[in-house]
Ligand binder design. Structure first.
Ligand SMILES: [Cu+2]
Length: 300
């Protein structure tokens, strides 16, 4: 439990919207954001070619102000060019397919990776990306006039949320807590977690329960049992699912029954790869479900 640390609080709803917006865009960075002042590996995901095109032949990323470029990953049979910052231009990284065969087919996904240091000040960075195709091009360069939502923009620039240290750079999707009945002392919380730079889930706190722990389910002989684990590893850019029958957050010593349709505040506690602590506040819906996960086999 990390009850004694005090951390900046970031509204989870904002982070969740980041994810939703990114999913609709066509060139994206992994959702979840990144920590201010950190070394960041930007993996631009290109999911399809330009409209009416068969393949992508070039990707050109205009680096935003405040992003200090260090290097970019070469691609086989693609030319890599880096333009240094000059005046208003903060530099540009360009990958160009050397042959038609090397071009990225419309049906395939690929990542174009560059690295750099993020600004020390939290905020939103917009990477403008020109996608060139065998037929035409698409300039992912629209930035909303105000706010950070790219909703309604036809070709939004790629957004990266730079978070204050202490705010977890972790994307949380589909979180839910299983409803409990009167007299039931514990229940489970489930969700999908993705940490773009890698992290460990080291605990959780909620006003709804006296204790919240990360649990795993394991076969012991022929009995499925669950037990607390000190931390759950979230490898960089991998979605780790907490689900019934697998890893989950166990809420114990419930203060009152958790009714279907209600919402429970839940704070997740993380450590990054350097041991830096961070937290993420969620409002998690309570949903109906079968009985709490293998309650009979539960040892505390
Ligand atoms: Cu459990």
């Amino acid at each position: 439990m990390n009850t004694s640390i005090s951390l900046p609080r970031v509204a989870a709803s904002i982070l969740l919207l980041t994810g939703a917006g990114a999913a609709l865009a066509h060139v994206t960075l992994p959702p979840g954001g990144a920590t201010a002042g950190s070394d960041y590996e930007a993996a631009f995901r290109v999911g399809h070619a330009c409209k009416d095109a068969k393949s992508t032949t070039g990707i050109s990323v205009r680096l935003p102000k405040g992003f200090a470029f260090t290097d970019a990953q070469a691609r086989k049979a693609w030319k890599l060019e880096v333009q240094k910052p000059a005046g208003d231009n903060n530099g540009e990284v360009r990958w160009t397919a050397e042959t038609a065969q090397a071009a990225l087919p419309a049906s395939e996904r690929a990542q174009f990776v560059l690295r750099g240091k993020l600004p020390a000040t939290p905020g939103t960075l917009w990477f403008k990306v020109l996608q060139t195709c065998d037929n035409g091009s698409a300039d992912w360069a629209q930035v909303p006039a105000s706010g950070t939502s790219t909703e309604g923009l036809a070709s939004p620039a790629v957004r990266l949320e730079v978070l204050p240290s202490g705010a977890a750079a972790v994307d949380v999707r589909d979180a839910w807590i299983r409803a409990s009945v009167p007299g039931q002392s514990g229940t489970g919380a489930f969700m999908k977690l993705n940490a773009p730079a890698g992290a460990r889930l080291v605990g959780a706190t909620t006003p709804a329960a006296g204790v919240a722990e990360v649990h795993e389910m394991k076969m012991e002989g022929d009995t499925m049992r669950m037990r607390g684990v000190a931390a759950l590893d979230l490898p960089a850019r991998q979605t780790i699912e907490l689900k019934p029958g697998g890893y989950h957050l166990m809420l114990m010593d419930l203060r009152q029954p958790l009714a279907k349709g209600s919402t429970v505040p839940l704070t997740l506690h993380f450590e990054d790869t350097k041991g830096q602590k961070s937290a993420l506040e969620l409002k998690v819906p309570v949903l109906a479900g079968a009985a709490a996960p293998a309650a009979g086999a539960h040892k505390h």
